[in-house]
Design a protein around this ligand. Sequence first.
Ligand code: CA
Length: 635
Amino acid sequence: MLRYHYADMDRNLERAVLYGFGKRPSWGNTTGTAAALLASFFLGLGAACSQDSPPAGDLTPERLAALPTDGWPTNGGNLFNQRYSPLTQINRDNVAELRGVWRARLGGSGVGQKYSGEAQPIVYEGVAYIVTGADDVFAISVETGETLWTYEANLNQSIDVICCGWTSRGVGLSDDKIFVGQLDAHLVALDRMTGEVVWDTQTENWEDGYSLTSAPLYYDGLVITGFAGAERGIRGRVKAYNADDGSLAWTFYTVPGPGEFGSETWPQPGDPYSDVYLYGGGSVWQTPAVDPELGLVYFSTGNPGPDFAGYVRAGDNLFTTSMLALDVYTGEYRWHFQQVHHDIWDYDAANPVVLFDIEIDGETRQAVAEASKTGWVYILDRVTGEPLIGIEERPVPQDERHLTSPTQPYPAGDSFIHQFVDIVAQGFPPLVNQGRIFTPFWMEGVVAMPGPFGGANWPPSAYDPTSGTLFVCANERPGFFRGGEMENDLPEMPGDSYIGGFFGNVPFPNHGILAAMDMHTNTLVWRQRWQEFCYSGVLATAGGLLFTGQGDGRLMALDSSDGSVLWEFQTGAGMNAPVSAFEHNGEQHIIAYSAGNLFAGTPRGDSLWLFSLSGTMDEARPAGSELPVTEAEHE
Ligand SMILES: [Ca+2]
């Protein structure tokens, strides 16, 4: 079996200790059911594998770090989260000919007001895997569009701690398993061939505010996942589990405990709020990235808790609203960079971090970047966590009631959205500080840009390594911030809402922004303003294309050099999930989950679409005009 070739002997020994003598998991309830396996599935896979002996060791760190070709084996396309396909068969010259190959219906799963369809399709060995907002997983044959197996999560419908819509951003994949992080905080491993539950670990209790919304990351025998819940008084964390049996390998708290490094940025012993770290937030909304050569895992964190009341949490509140690097095998802290000190604006760093190597001042540098709710891209040296282009601490307006930070980091280069409101809406009084970023507020409230939605939120960015361009799907949405006073300074019960204020939309123009940013300089290459929100993420391809979706149901291919529209296709529901590309039988395909979204307010659906240049299927009826089907339907 091909082993991890970067690792030295010490590292392998360390791993042997971690995995070989790890505790058995405490088994949670097995909530799933698996449907029958279709015989044709094995035919499609060929002789290389069987149920008894899945192809071991194929999804090595080396393979997962490479740009994806014959599949899309990990959420970000590769371990660097670049969401870049090196395939060129579909390109600027012929993308207008792109048509549907099949449309698989997912039995009405995830169709309903509370759901969002935000999952990136995974494709491996001729099978596509998709998870709905109900955490149901479908394995679908690329060849035929037929459902090979279904996993029904049967989520407890009384879960009431989900902040932002019932959703999953995707599944994780190993050679023999599919990993699902559920809204009930169960992490479930399914047999890749049958969908049967292999193990089911209750990672935390949803009743305490913890939920899993991101796609778990499979890496070298580990399954790594962050937790959501900073609006529910959680103490944020990232955990790694043994992929074989679901036992815990390590835990890293995004909010340090007393005496731990970073705890000096929270209320100290004797402070009436010295326990606030237990509710200190720091959600992890996205799938981490890994650099196998450095042995580091990278991710970013969300707001501190409570979101809009800073008075209970004196200090910078590490490691919230930050980027972090840990040892991937031990979870040991390596470095952090905080994007917003003592955040009172809900400026979660929700976008997936992206790794790339780039030439700056004649030298190849190892970078990690993140497009954030603030409207900036933060570009760091991924070895040290130091800014690569330059980030300056600048004084910002103060409100001593919130214990605001005297300075905030301002990255050099351009922001990808405006960070102020240039014209006030009719009937509004003049804005405080012209609605600039980092304007403090209290119970009377202020309007500021970006609002709590950002900026760049969860919809993933894509990175073209040939040009050094990061494509960011963002929004210009001013928001209303009000808060500071709370009935209870600390949550009364675990899982209680812990926001400390109020936020909302204002009747100012809202726009989607699609921005191309040059990562050599952190400056804009081009930018488009959309009528609708940009709420799908981006796929970039070597064919000179960007694939991105619209809430009205259109999947679009844009020219990556200037953003002009080259193709669009109505998918029948809000196209609000990032799409994947892969080659199968010598032909390039695009695969997209069209299911709509709660926050974007777009029509729900239950379709997985496959596209190629030899496809013959035409567009769906306009989004919202179709009734969801209740049985799998193949067209
Ligand atoms: Ca938040």
